[in-house]
Design a protein around this ligand. Sequence first.
Ligand code: SAH
Length: 255
Amino acid sequence: MIDTRPIGVLCAIPEEIAHFGAHFREFEARESAGYLFRSGTLDGVPVILTECGIGKVNAALVATVLAHEFGARLLLFSGVAGGLDPALGVGDLVIATRLVQHDYGALIEDRIKAYQPGVPPVPGFEGPIGYHTHTDLLDRARTALLGLDLPVLSPKASGGAPRRSALHFGTIVTGDTFVNSESARKRLHLEFDGLAVEMEGAAVAQIAERFGIAFLVVRALSDLAGAESHIDFHAFLHEAAGLAALVVRRLVPAL
Ligand code: SAH
């Protein structure tokens, strides 16, 4: 039987959602909890498109409404992130195989020891951390993206030498802070084997898991989370958000 329930598509900020504009056909817009939930089709596929705002609580709230009020069968996040792995550059894409909340846990000697959300953050409750994307969904994503020619990045994003955006699969870490620090970038990369950091993905994953529905997070790097990340973020936000939306549009008919 074909599942006719819509896909809930989330973006955090207007610059991310803007790239769906021309490809989205709106049937109805409804407000809930002060957010606008726009029902329609994206390239012919039923979706609910929502701008959830920045941070884990906003993302969790919107994810809950999408699952509970709108019966979404899948929560799909499209947006930008900071790069953690030094092998990745601005404009590269990351699809999360695992999402970790790096700021839930115990504060010990000014450093957060991360625990899985909901688990008592005290000794004795250490354990596996993160939310894993369903492997069948990842398989479908990989197949759908085979042969997709990602664009050559702008000279300012590639730093001169022409380079195409590259697609990676791996861990994305999420927390309620914009990472603007080389030492934090290194730590998050080493501690969680993170490829990228953002502020919503693992919250969406937590909610999806509670409702027993699937999630997929697609991010393009707007910055590299280091000391310059606030400058890069603004310089590359538009280009990176467009890349994430491009990949998400390619995925939507296959999910
Ligand atoms: N200074 C920005 C703040 C945006 S917050 C502004 O003026 O608008 C950054 C947004 O992009 C969040 O939604 C987050 O998910 C993502 N993001 C991009 N780079 C990030 C980074 N280095 N650290 C954390 N989140 C980042």
